[in-house]
Ligand binder design. Sequence first.
Ligand code: ADP
Length: 919
Amino acid sequence: MKFITQRFKIATKLSLYVLLIGIIPLIVFSWISYDNAQQVIVRQVSQNSQELLKQQKRYLELILTNLESLITNITSLDDVQAALQADADTQGTYAELATKAKIGYILSGYILSLQDLISIDLFSVEGAHYHVGDTLDFSEVDEETLDRLFSAALDAENDVLWSGIEPNVNANSTHHQVITIARMIRNIDGENLEERPIGMLLINYSIESFYDTFAQVELGDDAYMMVLDANRRLVYHPDRSKIGSSVSNALLARFEGDSGTLRTRIEGEPMFIAYDRSALSDWYLISFIPERSLMREANRIRNFASLTVTIFLVFVLWLALTMTRDIAQPINRITEHFKQIQQGHTDWGMRLPEERTDEIGELNRWFNNFLDSLIAKRQAEEALMRAKEQAEAASRAKGLFLANMSHEIRTPMNGIIGMTELALDTELTNQQRDFLGTIKTSAHSLLTLINDILDLSKIESGKLELIEESFHLREMIGLLMKSLALGAYAKNVEILFFIDPDVPDALIGDSGRLRQILINLMGNALKFTESGEVVLRVRKETTAARCQRLHFSVTDTGIGIAPEKQDVIFEMFSQADVSTTRRYGGSGLGLTISARLVELMHGRIWVESEVGNGSVFQFTAEFGCNEDVTLADPISTSFACLHFLVAEHNRTQGAFVAQMLTHLGAECCVVEHGEDVLNALSAADAPADGYRVILLDAGLSGPDSYVTAQKLREKGFDPERIVMMLKAERSNEWEKRCSDLGVRHTITKPFDDASLRAVIADCLAEHPKLPADVKAGLPSDEPPTQRPLAILLAEDNTTNQKVATLLLQRQGHNVRVARNGIEAVALWQQEDFDVILMDVQMPELDGLEATTQIRATENGKHIPIIALTAHAMKGDSDRCMAAGMNGYISKPLQFDKLIEVLAWASEEDGSAMKAEFWT
Ligand code: ADP
C-alpha cells in the first residue's frame, strides 16, 4: 500500500483503489458463481442423463423381455420340439410338408404378436429350417452366420443369446442387418436322461424400429446416445451408417460398474458421458453430451460477469479521467505555478479560480493568498534590496571618504612629524625640546589612530590583504620590544619576551601586520597594567610542509576583563568598560583589526582573563618558512660546560635568561638578590673553576647591583666578565657607573637570545676558550655605506618638499625638486638622475602620467622611479606598477624604508624591484 501511496499520481491511485475494492472482488465473485454453476449443471446433467439412460434401459429391457417370453413360448411348444426331432428321412414327404405348414402357422401367430420382428427361424440339428418373416424365399441361408450363431447359442451361459446386431441369416431378406436373439432348444434324451440340442430358435428384430425408438430420445443440443450389444457393436447410433460397427474398448475400459458418468475428450472435444449396462443382455446404453452445450448456461454467467467487469473497468477509467480533470489537474496546475515561482518566471498577475466550494476551491484560495503574500514579501525585499544598495553605496562613499580623509590628514602629518624631527635635531632649550617631544608623541598617536581608521575602512570594504615577505622574527620582535620598553619602565612595569629556541627565525609573511597585532596587544597590556609585568612569549604550535603555525601570548598583571566582556571586546568599537575608556583612552578598534589580521593569517585570537588578576591574550598565525636562510648557530656548542651566574630580581626574566643560556649549552645558577651573588660564589655547589660570566640585573636590591659589582671586584672577580643587564630609561647613567667599576659589557632589556649570545661572546672574547669563529657569527654594527645620489623629487606640497629634501640631504644626497609632473619630465630630460621620487597626486600632470611619459621616451637607460603616495588603498600599487614605476613608499615617509629603497636604487641594474617595496 505504501508503494502505491508514494509512487503513483492521484488518478492512478484512485483507479487502483477502485480496482482493488471493486473489480477484484467482482472477478472473484463471478468466478465462484461460474464455477458453482458449472458444478450444479454437471451434477444436474449427470442425474438427468443417468435417469434418461435408465428409462431407455427399462424400455430396452421391456422389448428384450418380450422377445425372451416369445422365445420361451415358442421353444416350449411340443409341436416345435417334435418338428425339430423329426427324422431326416421324412424329408420331401407329406409329413414334412404338414409339419412345415403347422410350424409356419404357429410362428406366424407369434410374429404378429410382436411388432418390429423381421423373422422367426427354427433350425433343426438335422438341417430342417422353418421360417416366417419378411421374405418367403428362405431357401438361401448365410451358413457362416448361422454356424457362428449356433456355436454361440450352444456355448451361451444363459438360455437366451442376446447376440445383438448381426447379418441376416436369410440372404434373400431385405433387412441385411438385424438384431438377432437366439436360443438353443434342447431335449432330454430318454435313455441317458441327458439334454441334447435339437435345434435353434433365431429371432431377427428390426434395426429401424430401434433406431426410430432411440432417435426420439431428447438429450439436448448436440448430445446423442449409443446402444452397444454384448459384442460391443453399435446397435443404435444417430448416424445410421455406423450401426453394426465395433466400438473401441478404450472408452469402455474407463467405465466403472454398471452405470456412471465421466468427462473426457472425444475427437478433441470435451464430452460429458453417462453409461448404463443392461444386466439382462450385457448391452450398454451410453449418452454423449458435449460440454460446450452443457456449459452454455454457465458460460452465459461467465459472459455476463465479464461484461460487468468490463463495464466496471470502463467506469474506473472514466472515474480516473474525471478525477484527473477534477482533482489532479488543479493540483498539477498549482504545482506548475509553484515550479514557475521557484524558477523565477511566474506571472504574478495570474490567479486561480475560487468558485469551487470543495477542497480544491479552498486550495486555490490559499494559493492566491500565498501569491499575494509572496508579492508583498517581494516588494518588501525589493525595498530592502534598494535600502541595502543605498547603504552599500553609503558605505562605499564612507570608505572613499575615509581614504580621502586619511590622505588629507597624512599629508600634513608628514609635515608635522618630519619638521618636528628636524627641529629636535637643532639646538633647543629643555622646554622647547619637551614641547617638541610632546608634539612628536601626539602626532604619532594621531597617525596610529588614522592608520586604524584606514585599516577599518579596508576591513569593511574587504580590501585588507596581507603581503608576503621574508623577515626575521627575533629581530622584528626585539626592535618592537625595545620601542615599547621605555613606556613600560616609565610605569615601572617589567617588559619581557621569550621566543622558544625551536621557533624558526626566517619566516615569510606580513611582518608589518604581525607587528601591528603585537603592538596592539602589548600596548593594551601595558595600558591596563599598573604594576607587575607584561610578557610576550612565542612558541611553535605545529609544523607542516613549508608552513609554521606559531602561538603568541601576551600576559599581563593588569586589571583583567570580566568573563561576559571577553568576546565583546573583539567586536568593532567595543570596550570592556566605558569608564576604563575614560581613564585609559582608546578607540576600541585595535582588537577588531587584530582579530581580522589574525584571521587573514589563518589563525585565531582569544583571551583568558580574570578581573584583577591580569589577562592572557593569545593568537595563532601561519607563516611560510624561508628555507633559503638557515641560522648559523656556532656559539651554542661553544658555551657548552661553561658556568654562568644570573642575578635578576624579576623571576620571570631570570628564568628566561637561564633558559636562553641553558639552550646554548651553558650551566646556569639564578639568584634574586645582591647578597645571593656573593654567597653563590663561595657556596659549596659553586663550580670548581668558578663562574665564567656573571650577569647582573641593574635593579638588584640588598645590596644593589653597583655595590654587588664592587664587592665582586674586591673579591677578585674580573669585572670584564660581568654583564650588566640595564633598563633602557637609565642606560646612560648606568653605563657611566659601570665603566667606573670596569664593567665593560652591558645589555639593555628587553633582549632576545641573539643579543645575549652576542654580549656573552664579546665578554668571553679575550678568554682563551672562546672559538675564533664566534666573532664571525655576530652581527656587524657598521652602518651601511652608500654613495651620494642625484635624486629628482616630484612633489607639489611645499612642506613635504622641505621635509623630504632635508632628510635626503642629511643622508648626503643631492635633491632637485619638481612641483608637478610636467616639471619632473622636463628636469629628467635636462639632467642626469640616479632615482626619481614621484608623488602620485600632482596638479597639471600626475605622477602616473609623468612616469608613463618618461618610460615612453627613455632611451636604454632605465631610471628607478619610486612612487610617494598617501593613498594606501588596494590597487594603488597595481596602478603604479602599470605606469612603469619600480615601487612605492607610503606617506608619511618611513625613513628607514626610504633609505632601503635608495640603497637599492644606487645599485639598480635594470632588474625588477623587490616585491617588498610594493607595500
Ligand atoms: P582600545 O584599547 O583602543 O580601546 P581595543 O580593541 O584594543 O581598543 O581593546 C578593546 C577593549 O578591550 C579595551 O577598551 C579594554 O576594555 C579591553 N582590553 C583590551 N586589552 C586589555 C587588557 N590587556 N587588559 C584589560 N582590558 C583589556
